[in-house]
Design a protein. Structure first.
Length: 496
């Protein structure tokens, strides 16, 4: 059955959205009821198009399939791309409780039951009322986006719900140490191609101590990790909140935390959701801030960030630009601790390349997040590379990564960098607010004497040999800064 779409613009409290005519399903004793809706969206369509579904009592399964046309477009013009998700009878309010799943453009169909659901969707009761399929036109071709949505309800008694278990928040027997982690990973629960079990195995093979599951716009996979953690690998939970103006990691949130994504920078909503992430115990981490893909570049500013993902996956010019912007903020006295992650989705993406190495009091969710928030961390391309970095004054006082050595402006201090596993022919660099002031090649150690008047902070880089001089080689590792100077000049993490 085909129903003509009825369109009405309405403001939902988030972005302007398009709501289609309601699709109703008459009550029957059993069997399947199917409805098909077709329509077309013009260029410039709202970000979200809602298809209301009036579900009767006695639905045991909801199945949705969709498709859309992909007409040819001129070179340099974006074609059609349409994402999809689901809200239940609790509504579509921004930040509300109605969210039941999201697959973006990764799947063309999904189902939800009380006992099971397609990865990315939340299993649970199918209560009667007004549900909504949400369509999100990511890009629209000049010819428009013609789509078809087919909805099937299967009637009958619910299967028993399956209890959800989550991974432990602490690994036993692990005290103060440097721990390696990858905090930006995807599986089949969003647009990845690996299962959580495969990712966990790859994390162990990469020498990681912790990882964070960060699926696009859904928390539905949180329960998939319960049996995959252990005292050797801690699993944190989270979400990659994927808006039209950039992506942000909700890192280390409470199990089952959902963070809404339906807003743009102009709507001034992000600060609210940043607070929601922190209330759920997590960190706010803008991801790949200079990425060039549509909707990926970070445009919300860094005033609400706890850290920033400066290095994302294989090192590219995007990361070099992000690193330069992060360093420029440091020189202005505005510090957001940096981190790096793989953003691995599928083969051959390398889990743990790069990885953030954090000094924590123990291998636990709370301790790891404390270390990341404080900037007691560095980023390395693999577990084969380790960094020791710090400063010492004439009285033997020391400060390490993310700390401050409180010294008079003219007192000499010694900066020392030691690297294990540096790339052959690579360069060790000491960087300050003035730029690169000390380099050394074909060595694993470099020392330098300076003062706080000359260098308000010092950070370290390890670079591969340059391929196109005078441009520097790709990063192999970099550290968060050590600050120098009187304690009253301290720059704290979170100061923007």
């Amino acid at each position: 059955m085909t129903e003509t779409t009825r369109r009405a613009l309405l403001v939902t409290g988030a972005a302007t959205a398009l709501t289609l005519g309601t699709v109703s399903f008459a009550r029957a004793d059993g069997g399947d009821l199917t409805r098909t809706v077709s329509g077309s969206l013009p260029p410039g369509s709202p970000d979200y198009v809602y298809l209301p579904l009036e579900l009767p009592r006695g639905v045991r399964e909801l199945h949705v399939a969709y498709g859309y046309e992909r007409p040819p477009v001129p070179a340099g013009t974006q074609g059609n791309a349409l994402d999809i998700g689901l809200f239940d009878q609790r509504g579509t309010a921004l930040g509300g409780r109605g969210f039941r799943g999201w697959s973006g453009g990764a799947r063309k169909e999904f189902f939800v039951r009380a006992d099971d659901a397609t990865p990315g969707y939340v299993a649970g009761p199918l209560r009667p009322g007004l549900w909504h399929v949400v369509l999100a036109p990511y890009t629209v071709a000049p010819q428009g986006l013609a789509y078809t949505v087919t909805v099937t309800v299967r009637l009958g008694p619910d299967a028993p719900a399956v209890p959800v278990a989550y991974p432990p928040e602490r690994a036993r027997g692990r005290g103060r140490a440097w721990y390696r982690g990858d905090c930006h990973l995807h599986t089949v629960y969003s647009d990845g191609r690996r299962t959580p079990a495969e990712v966990a195995a790859l994390a162990r093979a990469a020498g990681l101590d912790f990882l964070t599951a960060t699926e696009h716009n859904t928390h539905a996979g949180h329960g998939a990790w319960a049996g995959l953690a252990g005292d050797d690998v801690l699993v944190l939970l989270g979400e990659e909140v994927t808006t039209r103006n950039g992506h942000v990691l909700a890192l280390g949130t409470d199990p089952g935390t959902f963070v809404d994504w339906r807003y743009r920078a102009r709507e001034n909503r992000f600060a609210h959701f940043a607070r929601e992430i922190r209330r759920a115990g997590g960190l706010v981490v803008p991801a790949h801030p200079q990425a060039g893909c549509i909707g990926c570049t970070w445009k919300f500013g860094f005033g609400d960030a706890d850290a920033v993902e400066v290095w994302n996956g294989p090192y590219t010019p995007d990361d070099e630009v992000a690193l330069a912007g992060w360093d420029a903020a440091l020189a202005r006295g505005r510090w957001t601790p940096a981190m790096g992650n793989s953003d691995a989705h599928r083969d051959p993406d390398r889990v743990g390349g790069p990885q953030t190495v954090v000094l924590a009091e123990e291998l636990s969710r709370a301790a790891i997040l404390d270390g990341l928030r404080a900037g007691r961390s560095y980023v390395a391309e693999s577990s084969a590379l380790s960094v020791e970095f710090g400063v010492t004054d004439g009285r033997g006082r020391t400060a390490g990564i993310g700390e401050r050595l409180a010294v008079p402006a003219d007192e000499p201090v010694t900066v020392r960098l030691h690297v294990t596993g540096a790339p052959p022919g690579g360069t060790l660099r000491l960087v300050t607010d003035q730029g690169v002031l000390r380099t050394a090649q074909d060595t694993d150690t470099v020392a330098w004497t300076t003062t706080a008047a000359y260098a308000t902070y010092v950070r370290a880089e390890v670079r591969h040999p340059a391929t196109t001089p005078p441009l520097p080689g790709a990063l192999a590792a970099f550290t968060n800064p050590v600050f120098l100077g009187p304690a009253g000049q301290e720059v704290r993490p979170g100061t923007r």
